[in-house]
Ligand binder design. Structure first.
Ligand SMILES: C[S@@+](CC[C@H](N)C(=O)[O-])C[C@H]1O[C@@H](n2cnc3c(N)ncnc32)[C@H](O)[C@@H]1O
Length: 216
């Protein structure tokens, strides 16, 4: 089941969400990823999990054969749906990443950006089971998320007994929000994915990590 606190936070953040893509120091990384991710998904039938406001959906739709973009919250998805996909084959579905249903279809590629970091350590296997059920053997999967960069990242305010880390984030509505945000190492990612993958590649950029793997 989705975390109500996380969903509520992203619902309220939807209109201000894309400010993260305007940070000057991150433009070089974003430009590289904005080329690389669509290239690696070109010609594929892509499932996107936690698509949010569709920043990556727009880029991927240009080269993919089709995209089914999913998110559990309506507010960011409404913004994603309002964007111009230039006639590309894109469908939007409200779906919980932990319970991706059969009706979504099956895919030969998948994308999840800034999602892994919000999955509690104890739910990684649940997420992967739900995610991989929707994919064909041999599917290509791309995951991208934040590296923790001292002085640039929002500081870690708390760590729970399981090892999950939390940030305090404020929104323009004046609220202070406690948000689970994990920063896995390459070894953490490799260990979680090892049982499921044939090939695993980890690339650290300046602010982000990119993982690509092939599903067994
Ligand atoms: C950090 S945003 C990422 C948005 C987009 N992928 C991007 O990179 O711009 C995280 C997204 O996860 C969504 N979300 C939260 N819980 C979810 C769940 N259980 N299943 C699917 N999406 C969820 C939120 O609504 C939000 O849009």
């Amino acid at each position: 089941m989705a975390s109500p606190e996380l969903l509520d936070y992203y619902r309220r953040r939807a209109r201000e969400y894309e400010a993260i893509y305007a940070k000057r120091e991150r433009q070089a990384d974003l430009a590289r990823l904005g080329t690389r991710i669509p290239q690696r998904l070109a010609g594929r039938r892509v499932l996107e999990v936690a698509c949010g406001t569709g920043y990556w959906t727009v880029l991927v739709a240009r080269s993919a054969a089709s995209v089914v973009a999913t998110d559990a919250a309506e507010e960011p998805m409404r913004i994603a749906m309002s964007k111009d996909y230039g006639g590309a084959n894109v469908r939007f579905e409200i779906a919980d990443a932990y319970a991706l249903g059969d009706t979504l279809g099956r895919f030969d590629a998948a994308l999840a950006v800034f999602w892994w970091s919000h999955v509690p350590l104890g739910r990684v296997d649940d997420f992967l089971a739900s995610f991989h059920r929707r994919l064909e053997p041999g599917a290509r999967v791309l995951l991208m998320d934040n590296l923790y960069i001292a002085g640039s990242s929002t500081p870690i305010a708390e760590r729970d007994a399981e090892g999950n880390t939390y940030q305090r984030r404020s929104l323009s509505d004046g609220s202070e929000n406690r948000v689970l945000k994990n920063f896995p190492s390459e070894a953490d990612l490799r260990a979680s994915l090892a049982p499921h993958v044939r090939a695993f590649a980890y690339e650290p950029l300046e602010y982000y990590w990119l993982v690509e793997y092939t599903l067994k």
